[in-house]
Structure formats: structure tokens, C-alpha cells
Design a protein around this ligand. Structure first.
Ligand code: NI
Length: 257
């Protein structure tokens, strides 16, 4: 089991971070990728990755914080990205649901960070909310198939999923897949299993049966259980192995061990 999208640097984990990380390992989590959302959190992600051998990091500025991405911040992200435990640029993208940064600022920050990922030859972790068509056209325009990446917490429609897959991108699913009447279930069923990644987005989006509580990497198990229901011809263990291989391939985890 691999949690490809965790926020263990967030304050929700201040009281027991180390315990949660050891518990994840003991419960069968092979790797955790901790995701940066701004410069400070990117720094903390790299620190966590340096401290725990099975933890990796991404660095980048989330669309909510796009207004903080000036030239100095971009330069600092680039320096951080050169650490050997950094496996991607992210999370970057567009969020027109909460619009915490103006749209044109989000678009500019997204494009600048795609450019950085291409310069460093790193894949991208993409956050999209209420902006799939805009985000996909930016991805297409910037030829991101050269670097690859993942559409994290996929919440678009089937057509948008196909467009993402045609760029060679992975789709990643988390606890929302376990919620009743989740549209993500239909999308997952129609996605080739070798393009699916598992994640938690912890501390948020806790899967059933712990919905409402704080999420943590070990709960990626419930996402895998739901996937094995959606792919009845495959066992839990087969899906576990395939999704691990997918994460290894995209983030080149094996080459870094
Ligand atoms: Ni996230």
C-alpha cells in the first residue's frame, strides 16, 4: 500500500506525527509521499522525507496559495526540488471552487510551476476543483506528457478522465471513493487499473467507516478495499501490487531507494 498524497506536516499531526508515521509502516504502508502546498510546507515535507527513509516529498505551491508565488519563492522551490527525496512538483493546479487566489494568478502560478517541472524533469501532482476544462487545456498546451503526473483526488467527469489519461496521466483516488453514490466510483471502474494511484489526502477526506475523524496514511487500506470491489476480477493483493507499481513507475521510487 502506498499513500501518494499525505499532508503529515499539517498542524493536525503536531501531537502525534511520529506515532502516525510508525503506525503507517506497521500497518503495511510501503511508502508515503508528503505533499507541499506552499514554501513552508514544502520545506517541512523535505525534512520529513529526510528523516524517514520510506517517506518522499513533493514541493510546490497550491492554487489556494498561488498569490504567494513570486520569483524568490519559485527559486526556493527549485532549490528544494533538487533534494534526492523530492519526487515531483506539486501540488499545483486550479481551484475555482474556493478561489482563494484570483483566477489569473492561479493560472500563472500553475504554468510557471509546470515550466519548472519540465526544467527539472519531474512529474507533477495536480489539484483541480471546479476547473477541469481550464486545467486540462493548460496541461495540453504545455505538453506535460513529457514529464507525466497525476490528477489527484480525481473529481471530474468521464470525458475529462479520458482526456487526462490520454496525456499519460494517472488518476488518484482517496476516501471520497468510499462515500455512498460517489461519482468517483464510476470513474475508477472505467479507468485502466495500471493508471490508478491510491492516496489519503490526510488529514482530510477520511474514508468510511471513519468519516468525520482525522484521516491518516494507514486508512489507504479502505481505498484499496473499495477498488477491489470495483474490480471484482482482481484480489485486494493484486490491486495493492499494481497500484504500488504504478506509484513506483510515476515517481521513480525504486531508483531512489
Ligand atoms: Ni492535498
Amino acid at each position: 500500500m502506498i499513500d501518494t498524497h499525505a499532508h503529515l506536516d499539517f498542524p493536525q499531526f503536531d501531537p502525534d506525527r511520529e506515532k502516525i508515521i510508525f503506525e503507517a509502516k506497521a500497518s503495511g504502508i510501503k511508502n508515503i509521499i508528503n505533499i507541499g502546498v506552499d514554501l513552508k510546507s514544502s520545506r517541512k515535507s523535505v525534512e520529513l522525507a529526510k528523516k524517514y527513509d520510506f517517506v518522499y516529498a513533493t514541493v510546490g505551491v497550491h492554487p489556494h496559495d498561488a498569490k504567494t508565488l513570486n520569483d524568490d519563492v519559485l527559486k526556493s522551490i527549485e532549490v528544494l526540488a533538487k533534494n534526492e527525496k523530492v519526487v515531483a512538483i506539486g501540488e499545483i493546479g486550479l481551484d475555482f471552487y474556493r478561489n482563494l487566489s484570483p483566477k489569473y494568478v492561479q493560472i500563472k502560478a500553475f504554468e510557471k510551476q509546470i515550466e519548472l517541472a519540465k526544467k527539472l524533469n519531474l512529474p507533477i501532482v495536480v489539484h483541480i476543483r471546479n476547473a477541469y476544462d481550464d486545467a486540462l487545456s493548460i496541461l495540453i498546451k504545455n505538453n506535460v506528457q513529457e514529464i507525466g503526473g497525476v490528477l489527484h483526488c480525481f473529481s471530474g467527469n468521464l470525458e475529462q478522465a479520458k482526456e487526462g489519461l490520454s496525456l499519460g496521466f494517472y488518476l488518484s483516488f482517496n476516501g471520497t471513493l468510499t462515500y455512498p453514490k460517489s461519482r468517483a466510483q464510476d470513474i475508477a471502474k472505467n479507468t485502466p487499473i495500471n493508471f490508478i494511484l491510491t492516496e489519503t489526502d490526510c488529514p482530510y477526506l477520511t474514508p468510511t467507516p471513519f468519516r468525520g475523524k482525522r484521516n491518516k496514511p494507514s486508512y489507504v487500506r479502505f481505498v484499496l478495499e473499495k477498488l477491489s470491489e470495483l474490480f471484482p476480477d482482481k484480489s485486494f493483493e493484486e490491486i495493492e501490487k499494481i497500484t504500488e507499481e504504478n506509484a513506483f513507475k510515476l515517481f521513480k521510487l525504486g531508483n531512489r531507494l
